[in-house]
Design a protein. Structure first.
Lengths: 510, 127
């Protein structure tokens, strides 16, 4: 069983190498990528079942006993997020293949895309599974270097500016991460997360607070937490649709996962945390207000992405089982919904030829199916019942009310307000883009640009995969019962810390 | 962690210079900033390993006199990663220079566009 934990990291890396060699043959690349991601999804499912039935599944890489060697750990939270992430990545991959085939013909190969996409999935998997702080740094670097290539492919002038911003900000946060690892090692003499969770307790309060804050800053840059969010709405919208969708769905959530993992496992229960609550409040409101000001559809969605990171911080800052249950549900819901919204926004801009909300109109009449695909995740993000956003928000709001401190009440109120602001922003999009008389598509601004083809046909695989990701979001609502009891068990594990520590430090070697 | 004055001053200097350069508008300065910050972080990792000792091979020096090999391994990994990414960043900034003709970090264009539009609307409403 424990060797299974290595597969989500190993398989895509090996497949990426093969994919690079098979570069010119499009069919081989496509079959390889799809089958590898399907295999990892199956492995993630198996890991989730195993972790939920018993203890976390632990693999000691190279047979070194912790804290010496690197350990890979699949507990309930890691396995659940891995499963959801890979399913969404699979949907986006099919979309990308469909888009490539309908824009450039079925046999055209994009040499760099598939290997980098696989490396990205390896990085994401490793970030979820690793039980070692320095290995987490390596996972982030694997993930980010693949994302640098994906975001800066086929650069033109606006895209080189955006990818430059993205790379510089990410590199800065990586160097802060390295600084943080050095401080942690200097203070405790270990980088194994399970071992650290015992040793950090023994540190003086000041050192503990400093390390906790440094970790929030480091991962907060990746998760686009206000006021560290400026790079995101600036860099995501210029990338090709599938790349934006997968970045928006996954990369920020990996940052959130790292915050959750480090704050719960390393620092344990410290009651509701006013500082993080304040940050969550700011993130929700600044993101939602920013979204209302935007005219570009993708930038608006990026601001909403920032805004809804605030919900996840809110649940974490409460530090109760109910709060963490809400966070886990919210992350699962948000991965699927945000990726779906960006995919559908890609479909919309293919019909209108522009992302500017003022210049598009009447899409609902010309393309009713695209309009329906947009409406479902949009309403879900705003939290309308019976969609998945509603389920997650109810759990979070109830957790906020249960804590019942003045600060928690304020942030709970802000969460409700943000939900309305999201609905308003979505209604604005609906009125200007989907209602009204259909307007003729805006002509292609830059015909030489291969990535954003002005207007184009929408092939069946694109519609089907965007639909698939939307359905994945709906499934979160349909499975809300079992999913929330599972999240509750995962949240209990997070606050208890005992099972994780015992599985890593005392379990037999695999 | 015990650090001697020289290392501490050097670390402060590297981080200070690095963050100062990071604030500049020229891409070249920013790349240099990331290189220098990388050096700072790697030196900090070394310093985190404690006082220097003998090589960490069994049989050369007694275990108590060995230096801590783990931070060295971490720093080695980090050096490789920062080296690779610096190269990538250099290539990207060259591309930026070819496409834009200068190596300055630019403002967010869409932000300016939004601000101008809002200002224009406010003026119209005022008339």
């Amino acid at each position: 069983m424990s060797t299974l934990v290595a597969l989500p990291v190993l398989l895509p890396l090996l497949a990426a190498a093969l994919s690079l060699v098979a570069g010119p043959i499009a069919a081989v690349q496509r079959v390889l990528s799809v089958s590898v991601l399907t295999a990892i999804a199956a492995v993630a499912g198996a890991l989730l079942v195993a972790a939920d039935r018993g203890a976390p599944v632990v693999l000691r890489v190279g047979g070194y006993a912790p804290p010496m060697g690197i350990t890979l750990v699949a507990d309930r939270l890691a396995a659940l997020l891995l499963l959801v992430s890979i399913v969404v990545m699979l949907g986006v991959l099919v979309f990308a293949i469909g888009q490539r085939a309908s824009d450039h013909g079925p046999r055209s190969a994009s040499v760099a895309f598939h290997p980098m996409y696989l490396v990205l999935s390896a990085g994401v998997s490793l970030a979820y599974l690793t039980g070692d702080l320095f290995n987490l740094f390596v996972a982030f670097e694997v993930m980010l270097s693949a994302s640098y290539v994906l975001i800066s492919r086929r650069t033109n002038a606006p895209r080189v500016r955006a990818s430059m911003t993205y790379v510089i900000v990410s590199l800065t946060s990586s160097l802060l991460f390295l600084t943080m690892v050095a401080f942690v090692y200097a203070a405790t003499g270990t980088v194994n997360l399970a071992d650290l969770s015992g040793r950090i307790d023994a540190l003086p309060e000041g050192a503990k607070a400093g390390l906790a804050l440094l970790m929030v800053v480091v991962f907060g840059i990746k998760a686009a937490v206000v006021p560290l969010h400026f790079w995101l709405p600036d860099s995501y919208p210029t990338a090709p649709t599938p790349v934006t969708a997968v970045f928006a769905g996954l990369l920020t959530k990996v940052g959130v996962y790292a915050i959750i993992r480090t704050q719960t496992l390393l620092f344990g229960e410290h009651g509701d945390w006013a500082f993080l609550l304040a940050v969550a409040l700011l993130t929700m409101l600044v993101g939602a207000l920013g979204a209302i000001a935007q005219n570009d559809l993708n930038r608006m969605l990026s601001f909403l992405l920032v805004s809804h990171i605030g919900y996840m911080l809110f649940g974490l800052a409460l530090f109760t089982v109910a709060g963490l249950t809400g966070v886990i549900l919210y992350v699962v819901h948000h991965i699927a919904v945000q990726a779906a919204l960006f995919l559908v926004s890609g479909l919309v801009t293919r019909h209108t030829g522009t992302a500017s909300l003022r210049d598009m109109s009447g899409v609902a009449r010309t393309h009713p199916r695209v309009a329906a695909l947009f409406a479902l995740p949009a309403l879900s993000l705003a939290g309308l019942p019976p969609l998945s956003g509603f389920v997650a928000k109810v759990v979070l709001l109830r957790a906020g009310a249960e804590v019942a401190t003045p600060m928690a009440y304020v942030v709970t109120a802000a969460a409700v307000l943000t939900s309305f602001l999201t609905l308003y922003a979505m209604a604005r999009v609906w009125v200007s883009a989907f209602w009204g008389e259909p307007s003729p598509p805006v002509p292609d601004v830059d015909p030489t640009d291969e990535v954003t083809v002005g207007t184009g046909v929408t092939s069946k695989p694109m519609l089907a995969s965007a639909g698939g990701v939307v359905v994945a979001g709906l499934a979160v609502a349909a499975l809300a019962g079992p999913l929330s009891t599972l999240s509750e068990r995962a949240a209990t594990d997070l606050l208890d810390r005992g099972p994780y520590r015992a599985a890593v430090l005392e379990g037999s070697s695999g | 962690m015990t650090v001697d004055v020289t290392t501490a001053v050097l670390l402060g200097g590297l981080y200070g210079v690095g963050f100062y350069l990071l604030m500049q508008r020229s891409l070249m300065h920013i790349i240099l900033a990331l290189v220098i910050l990388g050096h700072g972080a790697n030196l900090l990792l070394q310093a985190a390993g404690g006082p220097p000792g003998g090589p960490a091979f069994v049989g050369i020096v007694p275990a108590a006199a060995m230096s801590d090999p783990l931070p060295q391994a971490l720093a080695l990994t980090a050096i490789v990663i920062t080296f690779g990414l610096t190269t990538f960043l250099l290539a990207l900034s060259y591309r930026s220079w070819v496409l834009l003709g200068h190596d300055e970090v630019q403002d967010d264009i869409e932000d300016h566009r939004l601000r101008r539009r809002e200002l224009g609307e406010a003026e119209e409403a005022g008339r």
